[in-house]
Design a binder for this molecule. Structure first.
Ligand code: ATP
Length: 579
């Protein structure tokens, strides 16, 4: 059966290696002494817990014998012993769980920090989407899978330790208590030593095997249930995110059908879970009830033969229960093992993809940060992920106060040139020299507005120096956003509240506040009317005279705000014009 479980869950040497690869970081980190120390205490408490169970089992013998013998002194002495044992049991049970959870949360905190660092480093979060078979939902890997990994690893390994120690201890006890059973077979007699042990093993194995057979479809059904619930939730979230477009299209009935379709899957699957759960409950309730009387039934012949007293009988029944519990652990953990395996696979895939992305970033254009005032590109070629050439051998140099307009048909690689200059696009060759220690700001077509107050939105990603409210007001007025002045402290989902044009003006406020040495704009005024566009570009020329500007745009009006124009054709060719 164990071999079958191994095959079904896919747990093998490779899995153990992957698991250790994921876990080893923490256990050899700067926190390792605390982690190992805590583990040692938890293991000790687990062993102490089993030891107290053994003592409580022996106590049964003493207590019930006292009752049978009407020995009042022994009865009260046993009561006292029970109070002491129960007191220790409670303390051990509380701290065993508390410390295990403490270890789990410390481990998860450490891993989350590491994964977040790797995900954010070198813009891995962006580049992950550029590779083939990229990780789906990296957010789920970090928030959900790390939680499950630490939880399952501790639960399963400590649970296994406890089950094995309990099994060994109680098999030894049960063996001692069982004595021998003599069964007449034909003309001879067969003597079975430790017969209760064999019966307990048989009872547990048959019982858990049957429970496993009946309950096995539940693993897949529960997995599907989570997926169907997530699909249903996702469709509701999409309506919220695209509420305006859907309202304009009047797509409510189409959306309603899609919601009910997805909710229908939730319901159908839940009916199947209920039916299967009912069958399982029939079985497990019956099995649990029989487990109460079954050991008495098996041990009764020795009791009635006066080979053991009432205490011995009760102790035997209790030990029988413990052996059976410990054996059940292995089968009950089966669904958990399968889930643990998929968590480990998902995390291993995520880590592998992050490493792949890092290796890829080393293959891109050589970006040198040097103490020169110029941004230069020499022999810069840019490709698509499939190897198609977008731009061939571009040579260009820009210094403070320069302004360059990048033009060309849609899809010709204008935005990709900006991505390459920012170090985001790995499919490039050539040399880029970036002035060291100078700041840059990127204004995309749709500015990113973080959650928070309007002040936080305007100062994103954080100013180089403290900025007074006066400075913010001035920049807002210049960008025609004075109407929002009294809302600086208001928390909103600003990307839903502000119009696209207002969001683009927010980006210009940022530029005026940050005063970067290099300003990249990718169709940053596409949603604005031409007079407003003119006002904003004039502002940049007046207030950011030392800033070099690189803009991407289609509109002819942009020519007048730039000194040079680079035109791309999307097949590698480019031309440079002085305006
Ligand atoms: N992640 C990606 N994977 C594969 N191809 C991509 C990816 N990102 C962009 N491209 C492709 O690269 C080409 C250039 O895209 P880019 O966004 O640079 O064009 P553009 O000139 O800025 O276009 P537009 O004027 O429409 O904004 C396009 O054909 C686009 O489909």
């Amino acid at each position: 059966m164990v071999k079958g479980m191994v095959l079904l869950t896919g747990i093998n040497l490779g899995f153990v290696k992957d698991c250790w690869q994921l876990a080893r970081g923490y256990w050899s980190s700067e926190e390792k002494w605390r982690a190992w120390g805590l583990t040692a205490v938890i293991v000790t408490l687990n062993l102490a817990y089993v030891y107290i169970l053994v003592l409580l089992n022996t106590w049964n013998n003493r207590f019930y014998n006292a009752l049978q013998n009407l020995d009042i002194e022994e009865f009260f002495s046993a009561q006292l012993e029970f109070c002491v044992l129960a007191g220790i049991y409670i303390i051990v049970a509380v701290y065993q769980l508390y410390l295990q959870q403490m270890l789990e949360i410390k481990w998860r905190r450490w891993m989350t920090q590491q994964y977040l660092d790797s995900w954010l480093a070198k813009q891995t979060y962006y580049r992950l989407q550029l590779i083939e078979n990229s990780t789906d939902n990296p957010d789920q890997r970090i928030s959900e899978d790390l939680r499950l990994f630490t939880n399952y690893t501790l639960r399963l390994s400590l649970g296994l330790l406890k089950a094995v120690v309990t099994l060994v201890s109680f098999i030894a006890i049960l063996w001692q208590l069982s004595g021998t059973l003599t069964i007449p077979v034909g003309g001879t007699e067969v003597t079975i030593s430790g017969y209760m042990v064999w019966v307990a093993i048989l009872y547990a194995v048959v019982g858990t095997w049957l429970a496993h057979k009946i309950g096995k479809p539940l693993t897949k059904l529960n997995f599907d249930q989570q997926r169907f619930e997530a699909d249903f939730r996702f469709s509701l979230v999409r309506l919220r995110e695209n509420s305006e477009s859907i309202a304009f299209y009047g797509g409510e009935s189409r959306e309603g059908q899609s919601f009910m379709g997805r909710f229908g899957s939730v319901l159908d699957n839940f009916w199947q879970i209920m039916k299967r759960q009912k069958q399982l409950t029939w079985f497990t309730s019956g099995y649990a009830q029989i487990a109460i009387i079954f050991p008495f039934l098996v041990a009764a012949p020795r009791y009635f033969a006066k080979e053991i007293q009432l205490g011995g009988l009760i102790q035997t029944a209790a030990a029988f229960g413990k052996v059976q519990d410990a054996l059940s652990f292995f089968v009950e953990s089966y669904p958990l093992l399968a889930e643990w395996k998929s968590v480990v696979d998902r995390l291993t895939g995520f880590v592998g993809n992050m490493e792949k992305v890092n290796a890829l970033s080393d293959n891109g254009a050589d970006i040198h940060h040097v103490p020169t005032p110029a941004l230069t590109m020499s022999g810069l070629s840019i490709y698509l992920p499939d190897g198609r050439l977008l731009l061939s051998k571009l040579n260009l140099s820009l210094t403070a106060g320069d302004s360059l307009l990048v033009a060309g048909p849609s899809g010709s690689g204008k935005s990709t040139l900006l991505r390459t200059l920012s170090g985001l696009w790995p499919y490039a060759q050539g040399d880029i020299t970036v002035p060291e220690g100078q700041s840059s700001l990127f204004l995309p077509q749709k500015a990113y507005l973080p959650l928070g107050t309007l002040r936080e939105v305007l100062l994103y990603p954080g100013p180089r120096q403290p900025v007074s409210d006066e400075d913010i007001y001035t920049a807002m007025s210049l960008c025609k956003l004075e109407g929002l002045k009294d809302q600086l402290n208001r928390v909103e989902e600003w990307s839903h509240v502000l119009s696209l044009g207002e969001q683009q003006r927010i980006a210009f406020v940022r530029a005026l506040i940050h005063k970067p040495e290099w300003l990249f704009m990718d169709e940053a005024t596409s949603a604005l009317d031409e007079p407003t566009e003119r006002v904003l570009y004039k502002l940049l020329c007046e207030h950011l005279q030392n800033t070099a500007m690189i803009s991407v745009g289609h509109r002819g009006t942009l020519n007048s705000y730039h000194k040079k124009k680079l035109t791309l054709d999307g097949a590698g060719c480019w031309s440079m014009l002085t305006l």
